[in-house]
Write a protein that binds this ligand. Structure first.
Ligand code: HMG
Ligand code: MG
Length: 304
């Protein structure tokens, strides 16, 4: 059998948001802005800058406004942020966000723990946010978390994921990012999920958001590529996790994803050297070794 790979893949960098929300060390807005500038200079054209959530819940990102005011906005780059409600949207629009990212969960318990509402209470809140964001001329992305399994409820049926996807797309969300929040998924589960969703929707309506807690993220990227998905979220250095999913570690690392895609002849527009420089920068600021394979290799070869 001859497999067909896409010519181009869009990588969405979520490190400044997903990565930093789970770090004990709180970085200054100057350091965050400098890191984001380095990411855009490396060729990333979609960067999730921060979250306009309740700062009591995620103190690491309480300075979202300051970070937005300090970044150098490179032409052609979309600077996104998480927005949970109208209060968050108001803050995001004032900060001139490039894309509004809603988030909710396919699992009832994770949704409740993460955003303090049931799934059915969440829909009308997000519906208003989509309408307002669209009338302000913004594109809207919708994250669906726990698409494979939930840390509280275990495996999540595909029908439960579809129910949330259906509602978000009905509201007018432009792209859905399907999150394996706790990094439990294996390729056969990803295949089952996408097979069902692709009966009703097109592959370019989805992005995949794999956490790499058990080392299956790149395998899951590969099966998604085979199924026609061409947008993937990743985090530089493999930083990240969800504070409301205990034990979940970071996203697939941007540099590891880049290594695989480049080796397969797939274009991303990202400069590997600049990307690794940005990884060394944030590693130094966080004062801890980053866990990606590429950064581990860099440490080993420096010592030898
Ligand atoms: P709540 O506490 O239930 O909110 O939070 P509330 O509506 O009852 O309001 C309580 C207080 O929060 C009020 O202030 C509001 O003004 C304030 P007070 O009167 O007490 O002083 N408030 C806000 N302040 C600033 N900005 C806002 C805002 N909203 C309310 N936007 C809420 C509800 C959703 C806001 C809260 O639960 C929250 O902030 N949750 C954030 C959770 C979060 O950020 N989780 C991590 C991101 S999701 C993720 O990582 C998964 C993902 O990566 C995909 C994957 O991996 O699967 C995306
Ligand atoms: Mg995540």
């Amino acid at each position: 059998m001859f497999l067909k790979w896409p010519k181009k893949v869009h990588i969405k960098e979520v490190g400044p948001r997903d990565g930093l929300q789970n770090e004990d060390k709180i970085l200054s807005s100057d350091v965050k802005a400098e890191w984001i500038n380095r990411l855009s200079e490396a060729g990333l054209v979609s960067i999730e800058v921060s979250s306009f959530v309740n700062p009591k819940w995620i103190p690491q990102l309480a300075d979202a406004e300051e970070v937005f005011s300090k970044i150098h906005r490179k032409e052609g780059v979309k600077y996104a942020a998480l927005v949970p409600n109208l209060r968050g949207l108001e803050r995001a629009l004032k900060a001139d966000v490039g894309e509004v990212c809603l988030f909710m969960s396919a699992s009832e318990t994770h949704n409740q723990k993460n955003i303090n509402k049931s799934i059915s209470e969440t829909f009308p809140v997000l519906e208003e946010v989509v309408a307002e964001a669209k009338s302000a001329g913004k594109t809207v992305r919708g994250y669906v978390s726990t698409v494979i399994a939930c840390p509280y409820e275990g495996e999540i049926p595909v029908s439960q994921v579809k129910r949330v996807v259906d509602r978000l797309l009905e509201m007018g969300v432009d792209e859905i990012s399907l999150g394996d929040t706790i990094g439990v998924g294996v390729p056969s589960q990803v295949e089952a999920l996408l097979s069902e969703l692709l009966k009703s929707y097109k592959a370019d309506q989805f992005a995949m958001h794999f956490h790499d807690t058990r080392g299956t993220a790149l395998a899951n990227v590969l099966i998604s590529l085979q199924m026609g998905i061409t947008t993937f979220d990743s985090s530089l250095g493999g930083l990240g996790g969800c504070p409301y999913a205990e034990g979940a570690t970071g996203n697939v690392a941007t540099e590891d994803l880049l290594y695989m895609l480049t080796g397969m002849g797939i274009e991303t527009g990202i400069d590997r050297n600049r990307l690794l420089q940005a990884a060394h920068f944030i590693e130094e600021k966080l004062e801890k070794p980053l866990s990606s394979k590429q950064m581990e290799l860099a440490r080993r070869t420096r010592k030898e």
